[in-house]
Design a protein around this ligand. Structure first.
Ligand SMILES: O=P(O)(O)OC[C@H]1O[C@@H](O)[C@H](O)[C@@H](O)[C@@H]1O
Length: 279
């Protein structure tokens, strides 16, 4: 089904609605389950920026491993044990509410079916806005539509494709971080910043510009509206216990997440945009 000149909707083999964008400068695929970007490739270099696990479950029974999972209205474990990690929206269907096509940019807006549920009983509106052009801009916009302030968190949990994790350097991250593997607070970030073991770190920083420098190329990230940048790679042993990761999958991926981990209060009528631009 054609939604505009450059935007199509199809059904995947597993019965999930997939949105495909193919404009003169870039291509992108998104699953309406989770409002989840699966791939992004600018045509100037035809290099896939995102990593999607070959074992990702794509039938809507669990969140998709890879691409850009949307975590909202909380990041990480919920306050109650029976609620899902990373919030309520990566497990539900989203709908396209707006498509605008231009010669060198496509704008898509999507919203989830439900913005409240167990663990978050507030009046909120959540919109995902994608600008698909020479770069990909991903904005998650939270609006308080009620009469009471609320506090929320979240993340753009992007999985980036790397050619060899052992050769990657991250630039632009300095200062202290919470190490979730060691359960300690570290005073300074490594320099050079390489990944050589399981890594799960919350950098409490509003630093905007980060690069993932690979042996062959660099992926540039510009982040906005975050209080933290999260760096995650499960490494070998943990991956082996994850049904949706292949044995060596960790070697080709690195998550750098624009996140709100500290809780952000939003007054009635206010909006907040969490944004990551990928180039
Ligand atoms: O397996 P999930 O729920 O997609 O989470 C993956 C990872 O997401 C990261 O953001 C967390 O910091 C990790 O602790 C977590 O393991």
């Amino acid at each position: 089904m054609k939604l505009s000149t450059h935007v199509f909707q199809r059904t995947s083999d597993q019965g999930m609605p997939i949105i495909s964008v193919d404009n003169p400068v870039a291509s992108l695929e998104l699953s309406l389950f989770g409002g989840h970007v699966l791939s992004f490739m600018p045509k100037r270099d035809n290099r896939q920026r995102l990593w999607l696990s070959p074992k990702a479950v794509m039938d809507g029974s669990k969140p998709i491993r890879g691409g850009i999972p949307l975590c909202w209205p909380w990041f990480g474990q919920a306050s109650q044990a029976d609620l899902p990690a990373h919030g309520l929206v990566r497990n539900q269907m989203w709908q396209v509410i707006r498509v605008d096509d231009d010669m060198d940019e496509t704008r898509l807006q999507l919203q989830p079916k439900q913005c409240s549920g167990p663990g978050f009983v507030h009046s909120a509106e959540l919109t995902l806005e994608l600008l698909i052009g020479h770069q990909l801009s991903v904005s998650l916009i939270t609006r308080n539509t009620g009469q009471q302030a609320f506090t929320f968190g979240g993340a753009l949990h992007s999985y980036f494709r790397v050619s060899d994790i052992g050769k990657v350097k991250i630039t632009g991250l300095q200062g202290p971080y919470q190490d979730k593997v060691q359960n300690t607070l570290m005073d300074t970030s490594p320099s050079p910043y390489c990944i050589a073991a399981e890594t799960d770190r919350i950098h409490l920083t509003q630093s905007a510009d980060i690069s993932i420098v690979d042996a062959e190329c660099a992926t540039q990230l510009h982040n906005q509206g975050h209080d933290s940048l999260v760096v995650w790679n499960p490494w070998q042993e943990k991956s082996a216990h994850m049904a949706d990761m292949s044995a060596n999958g960790y070697q080709q991926m690195l998550c750098i997440e624009a996140a709100i981990t500290q809780g952000l209060e939003l007054a009635p009528g206010q909006s907040h945009t969490l944004k990551q631009v990928i180039a």
